[in-house]
Write a protein that binds this ligand. Structure first.
Ligand SMILES: NC(=O)C1=CN([C@@H]2O[C@H](COP(=O)(O)OP(=O)(O)OC[C@H]3O[C@@H](n4cnc5c(N)ncnc54)[C@H](OP(=O)(O)O)[C@@H]3O)[C@@H](O)[C@H]2O)C=CC1
Ligand SMILES: O=C[C@H](O)[C@@H](O)[C@@H](O)[C@H](O)C(=O)O
Length: 313
């Protein structure tokens, strides 16, 4: 079955398509075309964020597809994210994103990182202190931000709320004080950073996991990693197909980023059912990285904050 045709159920009852198009680092002038092309070839899930500074173009790609009669708005699942410098003005953050996107609502609104940055700092998105460090408001709790996000539900401006970059430690802080259980936790995930403890915790609590950087991000070493290539050769598919199949078999949705039409199409491809040997080959690889404490985390911006990720403590 093609990844784009599989859905997972969120704790709101809504369905999230298993394959989403990622748009982080998609260059201006490329992302609108990528979004349009993805929708044209069957993607129904698009991921963006205020801090990607491309919501306007993403919205243009969506509009073009709707105007061309390819989809209706309600057929799409659009996710965007509250940026760190908006933690004390959550409603304004969502309104800004909706305006950028040219949409009345999003399907999922995520807290991008559980850390607040100065809303009145040296830069609207990436404020820095004179010493060059990021301008973080350490006194602002992510729980307060979540409680503001809870107020958005019912506004009609987002169908669901969730989190991103949450470790078990942060979820354990949040859940006792939350009235709404996050619908999703979007985290970095791939065989060289399986984050099984977060996946297990989320499964227990009914929080859907979305894998970001599912292919190993820009310049991914996973496309040439021996165990992934071994399974790909044995099954006669590409390393990308092995990776996407691995994620979706775990119950995670994936955000595969590409601005290349042929890759956008390739990632929509039929998944394979990994057999016990394939699963064992990939697990052995992850276990070896765990044993040698050499998990590979590709996205770890210099916040100078302990997010509770075991590989970064
Ligand atoms: N919540 C968060 O903090 C984060 C969220 N994300 C989300 O997750 C998405 C995906 O993560 P991202 O880090 O972008 O990385 P991915 O793991 O999706 O990898 C993207 C890279 O792989 C290339 N690629 C895509 N498909 C193929 C293929 N079939 N064969 C070979 N190369 C391929 C792309 O190239 P090209 O585009 O040139 O074709 C690009 O260089 C982001 O775009 C964003 O939407 C990502 C990071 C953090
Ligand atoms: O979503 C993608 C990533 O989280 C990205 O938003 C951050 O890495 C950001 O560029 C930053 O530097 O803090």
């Amino acid at each position: 079955m093609a990844a784009a045709d599989i859905h997972f159920k969120l704790n709101t009852g809504a369905e999230i398509p298993a394959l989403g198009l990622g748009t982080w680092q998609s260059a201006p002038g490329e992302v609108e075309k990528a979004v349009f092309h993805a929708i044209k070839v069957g993607y129904r899930h698009i991921d963006t964020a205020l801090c990607y500074q491309n919501e306007h173009e993403v919205g243009q790609g969506i509009k073009e597809a709707i105007d061309a009669g390819i989809v209706k708005r309600e057929d799409l699942f659009v996710t965007t994210k509250l940026w760190n410098s908006y933690h004390a003005r959550v409603s304004e953050g969502l309104d800004t994103s909706l305006k950028n996107l040219g949409l009345d609502y999003v399907d999922l609104y995520l807290m991008h990182w559980p850390i607040a940055m100065n809303p009145n700092g040296s830069h609207p998105i990436f404020p820095k202190l004179p010493n060059g460090e990021r301008d973080i408001i350490h006194s602002h709790s992510h729980v307060t931000t979540w409680q503001s996000m809870e107020k958005l539900v019912g506004s009609g401006k987002t169908k669901a709320i969730g989190v991103s970059n949450y470790s078990v430690q942060y979820l354990e802080e949040l859940l006792p004080q939350a009235s709404i259980i996050p619908a999703a936790n979007q985290i970095e995930n791939h065989p060289s950073l399986p984050q099984q403890e977060i996946v297990d915790f989320c499964n227990q609590k009914g929080i859907h996991v979305t894998a970001y950087s599912p292919l190993g991000s820009t310049g991914s070493p996973l496309f040439t990693a021996e165990p992934i290539v071994e399974v790909a050769k044995k099954r006669g598919v590409s390393p990308a197909t092995v990776l996407l199949s691995w994620h979706i078999a775990r119950g995670s949705s994936v955000l595969a980023k590409s601005v290349t039409p042929s890759r956008i199409e390739a990632n929509r491809t039929d998944l394979i059912k990994l057999d016990a040997d394939d699963v064992a080959t990939i697990k052995k690889y992850s276990d070896q990285l765990a044993a040698s404490k050499s998990f590979q985390r590709f996205v770890f911006p210099p916040f100078g904050v302990n997010f509770g990720f075991p590989d970064k403590m």
